[in-house]
Design a protein around this ligand. Structure first.
Ligand code: ZN
Length: 67
């Protein structure tokens, strides 16, 4: 079983352990494959929001120019 060093107490603990058995520090999970996907999804949603705002602004300018 691979070991990792606890950053708080510098003890060797299993990297499978959710918390350090010595000091109780909660470890972040090493495996994080969905984060990149989530980031891309957030980016896409952000792009859509920005695109929507730009379209609304253009729409308002077009309507205002007709008056
Ligand atoms: Zn510790």
């Amino acid at each position: 079983m691979p070991l990792t060093t606890c950053p708080d107490c510098n003890r060797q603990v299993s990297d499978q352990a959710p918390t350090c058995p010595a000091c109780g520090r909660v470890f972040k999970k090493q495996k994080q494959p969905p984060q990149e996907g989530c980031f891309l999804q957030t980016l896409n949603i952000g792009c859509l929001v920005v695109l929507g705002i730009i379209v609304i602004i253009i729409f308002i300018i077009i309507i205002a120019s007709f008056k």
